[in-house]
Ligand binder design. Sequence first.
Ligand SMILES: NC(=O)c1ccc[n+]([C@@H]2O[C@H](COP(=O)([O-])OP(=O)(O)OC[C@H]3O[C@@H](n4cnc5c(N)ncnc54)[C@H](OP(=O)(O)O)[C@@H]3O)[C@@H](O)[C@H]2O)c1
Length: 334
Amino acid sequence: MTVFAVYGATGHTGRLVTADLLARGKQVLLSGRDPVALAALGTGPILPAAVDDPAALRALAEAADVIVHCAGPFTVTGLPVATAAVEGGAHYVDHSVEVHPVKLLFDTFQDKAQRAGIAMVPSVSFYGGLGDLLAGASARGIAEIDRVTVAYHVHNWMMTHGAVETAGLLFAGTDRIGYADGEPKYGFVEPRQAVFAFPPPVGPRPMIAPVPFPEAVTVPRHTRTRAVEAQLTTRTFEEDQAFTSEKVDPAARSASEFTIAAQILAGPASTAGYLHGRDLWSAAALASVEAAIRLTEGAAKAGVSSPGEVFDPVEFLSTLAERGAFTLDLPATA
Ligand SMILES: NC(=O)c1ccc[n+]([C@@H]2O[C@H](COP(=O)([O-])OP(=O)(O)OC[C@H]3O[C@@H](n4cnc5c(N)ncnc54)[C@H](OP(=O)(O)O)[C@@H]3O)[C@@H](O)[C@H]2O)c1
């Protein structure tokens, strides 16, 4: 039977991923750094492996057909688990919102993954992955794109410990990666205060622009455009519960509301696609599980690919919408 390793199975995302895999009748193998906490989960066999234990990580990859990497910050955990995946011959998907670990995979794992015959798809998650897929779906059939803006409106986000740590690293970083004038741009960019016009009932919102999410690296892999920028509603981090909810229960944490927009500017024309939903954590987990299942079914060529590059973005998002992750509203041309 196909084995789905969940790395970071003790975390909020790892638990949701495990639950969805089990609901879909899949065989899970739970992993992470804490053997006691893994055993206490009681949801499947365990194989503990710390990120500084390459032999244990390799044993995990050898025992699995695919690793769904849910432990972060990925700035810390990304490289060791990805290395084990290519050495042990397991397909790989992850939840990275940080652009640097994603770029590292594209820059240094392409040949290794091809030689190992495995498919690696980083950032198949809410931030990053859904934006990448929505950009690809919304841009279909449009030539000469000037700019892709992926704008996230998130209300009532209750961050986990892992999310707080990741956000801290993400926004403190000054070695930003952007995409403008048809090429990658490196170096610090002072975030500006922009306004993005979401459709009603959300309406125009002040935005942090840009936010250092992976779209600047992933979208140009499948969509020809001169510029890519990700933005996030300023209010998301100003809301009282954002940084004070590390201990809330999963039911409370599921109360987030979101709209993701992918705006495509081409000359004087503009079009946009949208995802609307509740519980960004669940949407993230469903996306990674759908991707992992597809990789084990041979849906992807060996190598490193972005979600919108390796999957048909309209079909993939439609499948997630049918599974209840969000509602999908694409432009008529898509
Ligand atoms: N892109 C997105 O939209 C998106 C969505 C969901 C999650 N994420 C990312 O996924 C990560 C986890 O998020 P979460 O909400 O599940 O956090 P969480 O509930 O706090 O869980 C964090 C998990 O990571 C593990 N972990 C942390 N540091 C580790 C290390 N150095 N070595 C091994 N394991 C380590 C923890 O293990 P212990 O239990 O042993 O501490 C735990 O399993 C974060 O980086 C977050 O940004 C991204």
